[in-house]
Structure formats: structure tokens, C-alpha cells
Design a protein around this ligand. Structure first.
Ligand SMILES: O=C(CO)COP(=O)(O)O
Length: 126
């Protein structure tokens, strides 16, 4: 049963298979959270783990990163797991930067790769 805290999940295209595998492997822990995700990532997460409580926002390049940033600024997102692709130029790079900046400004736990996410997730209280 999802608790009241909210976790944001995002993955760039080259990392979406990793995110799907992460969601499948960590279904039990993730099921304690309300999850928000950018559009395509949310779809992949739900394909991998259909029982999770996932709200899909806009796709990242169409404003999804900014939506999640806004939710961080209003205290509605408590933690962020974002599988970033550092090797591909992206048209919405400024949005990605802005999102990470807000996660730092509001000092929420943030994992930017799989190795950190698997260590962070079990330590978070949902
Ligand atoms: O581009 C993204 C994050 O910057 C992710 O967006 P999608 O999940 O819609 O692909």
C-alpha cells in the first residue's frame, strides 16, 4: 500500500531499460511510495511493475522535468531517482539542470545513477 510520501522517477532514453529493471527488482520497496514520473519513464515503470502507484506527468522534453521541479519546490516530492545519460546531448538540458538545482536547493535525497539508487532507496522512509 503506497504511503503518503512521494518519490520521483526519471530516466533518460539510454537508461530506460535500467529503470525498468530497477522498478521490477525493487517493487516491494517502491510499492510503499506514491510515485510521480516523467511520461515515458512512467510508462516503462508501469510496464515493468504494473501494481505501482505511478502518476505520469509530461514527457521530459515537453516539460516533465519542470513539473517535477515545481513539485519539489512545493514540498510534494520527497526524493528523486533520476537515471541520467551523460553521453547524449539533449534539447532540454536546461530543464534537467534546473530540476537537479531545485533538488539541491530543497535538499531532498537524489540519486543520479543506478549504483546510488539501490543504496538510497532502502534507507528512505516512505
Ligand atoms: O527526458 C527526460 C528527463 O530529462 C525523461 O522524460 P521521459 O520519461 O518522458 O522520456
Amino acid at each position: 500500500m503506497a504511503g503518503s510520501k512521494c518519490l520521483a522517477l526519471i530516466a533518460h532514453d539510454q537508461k530506460k531499460d535500467d529503470m525498468a529493471a530497477f522498478a521490477r527488482a525493487n517493487q516491494d520497496l517502491l510499492s510503499r511510495w506514491k510515485i510521480v514520473a516523467t511520461g515515458t519513464t512512467g510508462g516503462r515503470v508501469l510496464d515493468a511493475a504494473p501494481d505501482l502507484d505511478v502518476t505520469r506527468l509530461k514527457s521530459g522534453p515537453l516539460g516533465g522535468d519542470q513539473q517535477i521541479g515545481a513539485l519539489i519546490s512545493t514540498g510534494e516530492v520527497d526524493a528523486l531517482i533520476f537515471f541520467v545519460d551523460p553521453l547524449t546531448p539533449m534539447p532540454h538540458d536546461v530543464d534537467v539542470k534546473a530540476l537537479m538545482r531545485l533538488a539541491i536547493v530543497y535538499d531532498i535525497p537524489m540519486a543520479l545513477n543506478h549504483a546510488t539508487a539501490i543504496k538510497l532507496l532502502p534507507t528512505l522512509e516512505a
